[in-house]
Design a protein around this ligand. Structure first.
Ligand SMILES: [Zn+2]
Length: 495
């Protein structure tokens, strides 16, 4: 995320230029974080930090560069939580990792345990252990509460960025254009992360904690060294073009590098076998991040090379990428060929998902049967669950879809996608009140609280039943309370 991005958001919302541009001059100046023993007034409580993070993410999900791919998101978040489970001390935030469409090698932590990873970071990594190393470092910052302390300090002093961001969040809460506001919010949130910077000692603390997490989670810690070498090369290359890379928020010193190298030397070598999910996500992100025809052609050539020269999951992932490119071009014979080639080396939910979509075009009934079988093979895949729901909807099995989705919502309450699909099926079944209620759930979960209230009020008018109406009234009251609480919490940040 760079000032250009910030500017894009600025144009959309027409915020005062001076207000937002001022902090840019202090960008990348490391903030001396207060010590752990600092007075509690200079810290953000974990609950407040989470609320702020939630508010940023609710808006940030509308950012065009936010990658909303259930499959990739699930992989990254699972990887993050697997690392966090090995943290040397308790982490008071639940880790959620999301990818951002940006070719530059960068990663950033937001309040509330949210960690953004640029697509470029994943595409340029050479092994899963390298990715795990960077992620573990970010989790180290979350564990040490560096973000919370930095933000608290910013909002007390020259926290113009925080005040601007909170202003945008409050406006969104008042229902003033969720979408346009979202574009600004995410850029601003990332800019705050850049503005905070981290001191050298904070970096070393995060390295130490990250190293331990990566090792205990079974990754090859040599990956951490390789990734830092890549990062420092990339930052040197970026310097001429105004920087803005990883090194501006996470200073890479010689001291830091040799610390990690020493630690690696003292640790027995531990090989790690990359997961198929890592390589599949990497192929997919290379395509998502390609913005024009030239980029796409470059990705295609590199995937073709890998399909020829690599083996095992790497070969399968290359063919998967080629299948996705063929799908985009509506070259359905090409998709079939690529999927068959991929299947020679790996079984993966991603392959089955695409195969179902392919079959759905011509044989929806058979595709539904295939989707059921694939779901039985991959009961842990959220993407597969969505694929099955859609395959059932295609053959008008909406009653079954409702039961299936209700079970999935219990299993994965954090996945909002299921609620939208549920509303679709209710709508087709003619159950308009239920459809409105499911859609209200969806908006509530994604943070568009005013829209959720509106839908509930519409649902109330559709149903004359006294009990349904009083239930709806209760929900509206609860939502209004939530909006009040959120407003009160956010007001605390306004200086
Ligand atoms: Zn760092």
């Amino acid at each position: 995320m760079d000032p250009k991005h910030l500017l894009k958001g600025l144009i959309c919302t027409g915020l005062s230029l001076a207000l937002v541009m001022t902090p840019v001059s202090v960008l990348a100046q490391p903030v001396g974080l207060p010590s752990l023993g600092a007075s509690s007034s200079s810290e953000l409580s974990p609950a407040l930090e989470r609320t702020l993070g939630d508010a940023i993410m609710e808006q940030g999900r509308h950012d065009p560069d936010y990658i909303a791919d259930l499959d990739i998101n699930q992989y990254l978040t699972q990887l993050g939580r697997r690392l966090a489970a090995q943290a040397p001390q308790t982490i008071d935030q639940r880790i959620t990792v999301f990818p951002v469409r940006d070719p530059r090698i960068n990663a950033f932590a937001l309040p509330g345990g949210y960690i953004g990873i640029n697509s470029g970071m994943i595409v340029s990594s050479g092994t899963e252990s390298e990715l795990a190393g960077v992620l573990a470092h970010e989790i180290g910052h979350v564990m040490q509460r560096h973000i919370a302390r930095g933000i608290a300090q910013q909002s007390q002093g020259t926290g113009i960025m925080v005040a601007t961001l909170v202003g945008a969040l409050l406006a969104a809460l008042a229902g003033q254009g969720d979408l346009a506001m979202g574009v600004a919010t995410f850029g601003q949130a990332a800019a705050i992360d850049r503005q905070l910077g981290f001191s050298r000692s904070a970096e070393q603390e995060a390295d130490r904690a990250g190293f331990q997490m990566a090792r205990k989670a079974g990754f090859d810690v040599r990956g951490m060294v390789t990734m830092f070498q890549r990062l420092s090369t990339a930052s040197r290359l970026n310097e001429g073009t105004g920087g803005g890379g990883y090194a501006s928020t996470h200073p890479l010193s010689i001291q830091r590098m040799s610390d990690i190298e020493n630690r690696v030397r003292e640790t027995p070598v531990q090989a790690h076998e990359d997961s198929a999910a890592y390589w599949f996500a990497r192929s997919h992100l290379a395509i998502i991040q390609a913005r024009d025809m030239n980029d796409r052609q470059r990705v295609r050539l590199s995937l073709q090379r890998d399909a020829q020269n690599e083996r095992g999951v790497r070969r399968a992932a290359a063919w998967y990428g080629l299948a996705l490119l063929a799908w985009e071009k509506k070259d359905y014979a090409g998709v079939r060929t690529a999927l068959d080639e991929a299947a020679k080396d790996a079984q993966a939910p991603q392959l089955d998902m695409l195969a179902v979509k392919l079959q759905q075009r011509t044989q929806p009934a058979q595709a539904q049967v295939a989707a059921q079988a694939a779901w039985a093979r991959w009961p842990d895949s959220q993407g597969m669950a969505v694929t099955l729901a859609q395959a059932m909807q295609a053959v008008r099995q909406d009653k079954q879809v409702v039961a299936f989705l209700q079970a999935r919502i219990k299993q994965w309450p954090e996945v909002s996608e299921f609620k939208k699909l549920l509303a679709d099926s209710y709508e087709r079944l003619g159950e308009r009140v239920q459809a409105h209620l499911a859609m209200a759930d969806y908006y509530e979960q994604t943070g568009a609280l005013p829209t959720a209230v509106e839908l509930l009020q519409q649902a109330r008018q559709l149903d004359g039943d006294f009990y349904t109406q009083s239930e709806i009234d209760m929900r509206v009251r609860a939502l209004r309370d939530r909006m009040d609480d959120k407003r009160a919490l956010l007001e605390q940040f306004k200086s």
